[in-house]
Design a protein around this ligand. Structure first.
Ligand SMILES: C[S@@+](CC[C@H](N)C(=O)[O-])C[C@H]1O[C@@H](n2cnc3c(N)ncnc32)[C@H](O)[C@@H]1O
Length: 243
């Protein structure tokens, strides 16, 4: 992905920062986000300091800090961070990119990134930076749209939506990239992470109409377990080995 696309992503999120949360604060959005953030949360330690890359409006850090844990949010969009400060003022925030993390080596006990990795221009750089700033023994968990039959058509839909000026918080052509299980595993492995686990999650999509969403939600556990090729988010976790 070119630098131009990254600027486009940043400008887009600056523009939609005030409406981003509407998507997730209504019932369907809350169910969807709770579902995928639970996958991420389950891979994290019970205590310690978290870095959330692409923290957006702070939805995940807000959830993480409830048990007295601390968190820092990093995002390329200044306006998304302004919203995060308002939503969850107990955390620290920094404007910057996951590909060049502005923190010292071994600073965090955990690293997360939700719904961001498909935008990242240089995934190897982000993984190596995540490894650098994570403490030995620390955990990382990423959740992103996976490369699947169901997601293959999404770039074309985004492209058409943009041409038709469809007003949707994420339906823009950013040249997003989706990954399959093997690609994510290789990225984690190459960066040096161990204990790598890959899970598929989500079948009930936030953009489905209500009756369909709640039907999909009912069969979601079955789909994730028995037909994972129909689940569309991929959640990968790993650990930085102790020295
Ligand atoms: C779909 S939103 C997800 C926000 C948040 N993680 C959540 O779960 O609601 C994507 C976010 O990633 C940020 N982003 C995109 N590319 C990034 C990068 N390379 N480094 C840091 N943040 C990035 C965007 O500015 C935006 O806030």
């Amino acid at each position: 992905m070119s630098a131009i696309k990254q600027k486009k992503i940043q400008e887009h999120y600056d523009t939609i920062a005030d409406v981003y949360d509407h998507h997730y604060d209504q019932r369907r959005g809350r169910c969807y986000y709770t579902h995928l953030s639970t996958y991420v949360m389950n891979a994290l330690p019970q205590s310690g300091k978290l870095l959330d890359i692409g923290c957006g409006t702070g939805l995940f850090v807000e959830r993480y800090i409830v048990d007295g844990r601390s968190a820092v949010g990093l995002d390329i969009s200044r306006r998304m961070i302004e919203r995060a400060r308002r939503r969850c003022g107990e955390c620290d925030y920094t404007v910057g990119t996951g590909e060049k993390i502005p923190f010292y080596d071994n600073s965090f006990d955990a690293i997360t990134s939700l719904l961001v990795f498909s935008y990242v221009r240089d995934p190897e750089a982000m993984m190596s930076e995540a490894y650098r700033v994570l403490k030995p023994g620390g955990a990382i968990a990423i959740c992103t749209l996976g490369k699947k039959l169901l997601t293959r058509g999404i770039p074309a839909i985004y492209h058409i939506s943009e041409k038709m000026n469809v007003n949707h918080v994420v339906m823009k052509n950013f040249g997003e990239r989706y990954y399959d299980r093997e690609e994510m595993h290789e990225l984690f492995n190459h960066a040096g992470f161990s204990d790598i686990q890959v899970k598929w999650c989500s079948f009930a999509h936030i953009d489905m109409i209500d009756p369909l969403f709640f039907l999909a939600q009912k069969i979601e556990p079955f789909v994730e377990k028995c037909v994972p090729q129909l689940a569309y988010n991929i959640c990968i976790s790993g650990k930085k080995p102790q020295k």
